[in-house]
Design a protein around this ligand. Structure first.
Ligand code: GLU
Length: 374
């Protein structure tokens, strides 16, 4: 089974864990390690790749800045520590990337932001804009507002959701293990390292400690969960040892890690998700001209819309029908039903005048659309 090469990816998400970034004794950032990682990122960036960083460390940093005693923190204590630590964390990333002339943009997300349609579209378009500007989004969970019920709690799964949301084609989890083993390497001398996992099967899940156990084997469980999310969304994922200097360079040179392969790609997976997994909340009827434009790969503009049905909100899935009522496809709509009714049939230039704010030019962006038979 061939392992992928980092070189062939276009959009890469790199997840950095707290234990790599922060020295647990000193409570401070491991500056030379981070500078080396930033060199690796800058190199990939210079080669034209789009990069996103998912960085943990806010709670650990806040804890040390506030000189909190050792021991487990209560939820509200972690949240308050994160409030202090996140400022420091953002500054650190801004400095190390700024050193290479790369802008860093902080994005703090909660589970809802990646699951609720409207927020999902908003976060997605902000990320797209930052990448277009060649900046690097630096993402963490918004620990200060995320309570137990709406928390990821771990940045492995968060990073996988971010990778899916950003239509990335590669996710690298930098960790304190160099990949997945057939058994716990610490206790089983016969444990074998797996360089490539073609599919996350029940057998693979069992290697991570079984589906029922929580955070088993130093977080391998959440990493396998992340692999499931990523590979379903068309993202290849690697688990690699981040403790060495220049961990990304090492992966690019074929260093030891475990690759989880996806049979798909981000665009196809996303189209499948839009076409099949979401319950449509409304219908958008379009004219023949718009139907032709969609088939040739264009977005749906308000001008080509003839009718709107249903009570939907921005980001909901709607069915796109032609003048005869035939289904052309489905898409995530950029406007609430009430707004869509007001701007249908009108030029995108008039949106600001009609709605009182300058909305998006497209009613449904082509990246948010799956046409029948696609
Ligand atoms: N969001 C948490 C933090 O920045 C960390 C979660 C994790 O380590 O996976 O401290």
């Amino acid at each position: 089974m061939v392992r992928p090469s980092l070189k062939k990816f276009r959009r890469i998400v790199v997840k950095v864990g707290s234990s790599l970034l922060i020295d647990s004794d000193a409570g401070e950032v491991r500056a030379s390690w981070l500078a080396a990682l930033a060199d690796d990122l800058a190199k990939l960036h210079k080669e034209g790749r789009e990069l996103l960083v998912v960085s943990s460390g806010s709670i650990a940093l806040g804890r040390s800045r506030l000189k909190l005693p050792r021991g487990t923190l209560k939820l509200e204590e972690s949240q308050a520590a994160a409030a202090v630590g996140q400022i420091a964390l953002a500054r650190i990333w801004s400095e190390v990337l700024g050193h290479h002339g790369i802008g860093a943009g902080q994005i703090l997300v909660t589970l809802q932001d990646t699951e609720e349609r409207r927020r999902y579209l908003n976060a997605r378009s902000t990320i797209a804009k930052l990448l277009e500007w060649r900046a690097v989004p630096v993402i963490n969970e918004n620990d200060t507002v995320a309570t137990n019920e709406i928390r990821y709690g771990d940045n492995d799964r968060l990073a996988a959701r971010v990778a899916a949301m950003a239509s990335a084609d590669c996710l690298v989890l930098l960790s304190d293990v160099d990949g997945l083993y057939t058994a716990p390497p610490a206790s089983d001398p016969n444990a074998q390292h797996l360089p490539v996992v073609p599919r996350v099967t029940a057998e693979i899940e069992a290697m991570a400690g079984g589906a029922a156990s929580e955070l088993s084997r130093g977080g391998m469980r959440t990493k396998i969960e992340a692999a499931k999310i990523a590979t379903t969304a068309g993202v290849h994922m690697a688990i690699a040892d981040g403790r060495i200097e220049h961990p990304l360079k090492r992966i690019a040179e074929g260093g030891r890690c475990t690759w989880f392969l996806t049979p798909s790609n981000p665009v196809t997976s996303r189209k499948k998700w839009i076409a099949g997994s979401l319950e449509p909340k409304g219908v958008v009827r379009i004219d023949a001209g718009a139907a032709k434009a969609l088939v040739s790969g264009k977005s749906l503009l308000p001008a080509g819309v003839r009718g709107i049905e249903g009570e939907f909100a921005r980001g909901d899935c709607v069915v796109i029908r032609n003048a005869d009522g035939g289904e052309i496809g489905r898409g995530l709509i950029g406007y609430d039903a009430g707004e869509a009714l007001q701007i249908m049939g009108r030029s995108s230039r008039d949106i600001e005048e009609i709605l009182g704010y300058s909305g998006r030019a497209a009613m449904i962006h082509r990246d948010d659309m799956a046409l029948a038979g696609e």
